[in-house]
Design a protein around this ligand. Structure first.
Ligand code: HEM
Length: 383
């Protein structure tokens, strides 16, 4: 197994434990990557100012640099350091932190006949709705977002890249037009209007970024929670008796079986991490899912415990780029589970055969369903 194959392996956790035993940063000759597997090393790399989110020579992947998707990518806080990161983050993060889901999910959810469709569509629809997209356009927006996220994969075909450009153009048009005045959108606008940073195109790109960041990672979290419930019927019984426990369940699944197994950092200048010297141009693969299982971060790490004290989860990153949507993502996933539990309990109790969508970093179950699956294929996403 390689650290990239581990993301979609049936059980990569013994393999990760073996990597942690080998010590701090390891160099994988085959992949040409440094590998960080322990909590301490992952945290150190994510905190290091010379370990950047993009390679210096390629701020936007060459395959998309000329199109609309590339223009959006170039402005995303996720893909920038310095002002290009700090300014949109200062506007959006506090707004995300204060928003309430209230009964947005209940208004959006339709009866579920295809789990895959449900996992991919619901979280994006919730965020789009919070951002003022009218209900009748939510399905369409979920489709455009899936088209756009394809551009984040280095393995996308020409056709997928063309669709990503078309998705980016349509999403940009949508956010440029009049939307409903929701609490989240007004909060973002207020923060923007009172800030020194005036770049309307970049602001819109970062609203699109909220949808794209939500899409696959949240699908993975819901899917991995469903897999856990199929494997552990006693947990299903616990949640059935006390539905609020769904939040603790998704929090623990996010740690135990992370939807985002790894992320990357690109070394901008010679630096030292632990006892290793990294050179400018090196790339580090950070095994977030392995750090979650490090006994130094979480005692008894291989047990799935709803009542875990001081859970440390690296699935949402750490440091400056730590996910600002963590609380929303967990709440949306918990709502999704509670919705299925109350209205379609058979969906939770019936074990559904699955494999993982091919990916270098995402762990997203693809359930076998009798219905048609209208979901494009993820391969690597930038959570
Ligand atoms: C289960 C769901 C999610 C997971 C596992 C997840 C995970 C992550 C991770 C690991 C990062 C940091 C990547 C890195 O530093 O390399 C990140 C960044 C980010 N996430 Fe999430 N995310 C999820 C859902 C969401 C949602 C719902 C939103 C928005 C509503 C969101 C918005 C963002 C943004 C904007 C960033 C970039 C932050 C920055 O660069 O400062 N994410 N996410």
């Amino acid at each position: 197994m390689t650290p990239l194959e581990a993301a979609t392996h049936n059980d990569p956790y013994d393999y990760y434990a073996g990597l942690r035993l080998e010590g701090e940063l390891l160099f994988d000759e085959g992949l040409g990557l440094w590998i960080a597997s322990s909590a301490r090393t992952v945290e150190a790399v994510l905190a290091h100012p010379d370990c950047r989110v993009r390679p210096l020579h390629e701020p936007v992947p060459a395959a998309i640099v000329c199109g609309a998707a590339g223009q959006v990518f170039a402005s995303l806080m996720r893909m920038n350091e310095g002002a290009g990161h700090r300014c949109p983050r200062a506007i959006i993060e506090p707004a995300l932190a204060s928003v309430s889901l209230a009964d947005v999910v209940a208004q959006i959810v339709d009866p579920v006949d295809n789990l895959n469709q449900f996992m991919f569509t619901l979280p994006v629809s919730v965020i789009a709705s919070l951002l003022g997209v009218p209900q009748k356009r939510l399905q369409e927006v979920a489709g455009m977002t899936r088209d756009f996220v394809a551009c984040l994969s280095p393995l996308s075909s020409e056709a997928q890249l063309r669709d990503a450009d078309a998705g980016a153009i349509r999403l940009r048009q949508m956010f440029s037009a009049q939307l409903e005045e929701t609490e989240l959108l007004m909060h973002i606008r207020r923060n923007y209007d009172t800030s020194q940073w005036q770049d309307p195109e970049a602001l819109i790109a970062n609203l699109i970024g909220l949808l794209s960041q939500t899409c696959e990672a949240s699908a993975g979290l819901i899917g991995n929670t469903l897999v856990t419930l199929h494997r552990r019927p006693e947990l299903l019984e616990e949640i059935r008796c006390a539905p609020p426990l769904a939040v603790a369940l998704v929090e623990e699944v996010a740690r135990y079986d992370s939807p985002v197994q790894n992320t990357r950092r690109f070394v901008a200048a010679r630096c030292v991490i632990g006892s290793r010297v990294l050179e400018a141009g090196d790339t580090v693969l950070l095994l977030l899912a392995s750090a979650n299982r490090d006994p130094d971060a979480n005692p008894n790490p291989d047990s799935l415990l709803l009542e875990r004290a001081q859970r440390r989860t690296f699935s949402f990153g750490s440091g400056q780029h730590q996910c600002p949507g963590q609380r929303l993502a967990l709440n949306i996933a918990a709502h999704a589970i509670r919705h299925l539990l109350s209205l379609q309990p058979a969906m939770l109790s019936r074990a559904c055969p699955f494999s993982y969508w091919p990916s270098l970093n995402g762990r997203i179950p693809r359930f076998q369903t009798s219905g048609k699956t209208a979901v494009s294929q993820p391969s690597e996403f930038c959570a």
